[in-house]
Design a protein around this ligand. Sequence first.
Ligand SMILES: C[S@@+](CC[C@H](N)C(=O)[O-])C[C@H]1O[C@@H](n2cnc3c(N)ncnc32)[C@H](O)[C@@H]1O
Length: 407
Amino acid sequence: AILTLADQCWHEFPLSAASFQSSLNGAYQITSIANSEVFQNEGLGRIKNTLGNTKYGRWTHQPICTEILEGVGDKLCVYTNSSFSHGRGISIFTTPTIAEEVAGLPAFQDPAALPKANVNIDSRVWEAKSIPGKGIGVVAKRTLKFKDRVTAYTPALLAYLDDGLELLEREKYLRIAVEQLPEATRDSYLHLAYIYGYPDIRVQDIVKGNTFQLQLAGQNHLAIFPETSRFNHDCSPNAQYYLDPELLTHFVHTTRPVAPGEEINLVYTSPLEDTATRQQKLQDGFHFTCSCSRCTAHSTDPTLDQMQGMQDSLNDWSATSTGSPKLAEKLLQLYRKEGLEGFLDIPYGFAALAYNAVGNSKEAEKYANLAREAILMKDGPWTPNLQLWNELLKDSKKHWSYRRRLE
Ligand SMILES: C[S@@+](CC[C@H](N)C(=O)[O-])C[C@H]1O[C@@H](n2cnc3c(N)ncnc32)[C@H](O)[C@@H]1O
């Protein structure tokens, strides 16, 4: 595939601040730039593409490009297609080669591809609402079951990460990208939450607090999905997401039943890391202190240690290993108790191996199927991890783990 998802990156940095931070180290630098004369004189808001909707190949606007950038080995250009997905529009700041590849994807080429998958359509199961202490959040409008779809949207903006541009230079191009979007999409972008509050770098300030990462042609790009950006964080999230590289779509599904009026959350950082690490990452990346149940409970870190110890035992294939189906079932219970239903591929996978290792292929296959289902919801069909369980399911008795703990 020409387009692959950043390997595991969303596990650790689902909403990554990497691009914004790569060219500046904290608020002080922003302050000094925002107040500088250069900035005042450049008047970024005034730079506009005046060419309108002339045809430029697959794009509705004339691409506006940088010089050749050393770190990129090419120029980067703003590509906008304002008629993408029935007028939702999309802007991409990337190299000409990558833009060409992206424009060849089914999301662009097949007019039926997005409607067929109900992408960019209001699912009517959620609404954006003010949540005390968290700004706007996503709330369920009706009862949702396990695995119900909540949202499916394409990005308003995609931009090359690690472009080596100066902060203000990047702002100039990203601003053009956002300004060229159709009005409704542009407004939904510009109304998103931001972190620092400097209007002159507003487009990147929004990037800072709302970015997902994906790979286009093997290169990391940031992606802003305006609707999806309204999901707040919780360390026991009741929803998971994955990105579809062909439809360029961000899908969110529930990982456990959700009641009407309940907030629907994603997790912004790995929920398997200790509380101090999670808090630090949320503070650095998103400037808030997490007060979710797992961030406030004293039992969270000891439970995580216990889970890690159990996983180590289940991963130990020596003759003295204490790994067993019973231990795997206990691990599964702990994941559930911690509200980690979106991450059950790990204990399901351990259970599949542990059962197969004692020759119980029926249970092994049951858990391998559950692990597959969990991975699909978490990583989408493109993940290499799926292969792990497909192999076991192909012929569990020929799998390396079969009767491994009996012999
Ligand atoms: C991707 S946005 C989420 C939507 C945002 N609340 C809004 O009003 O648009 C990320 C920002 O939401 C806020 N946020 C998200 N989860 C939070 C939480 N659990 N507690 C407090 N603030 C949170 C933080 O300000 C964070 O920078």
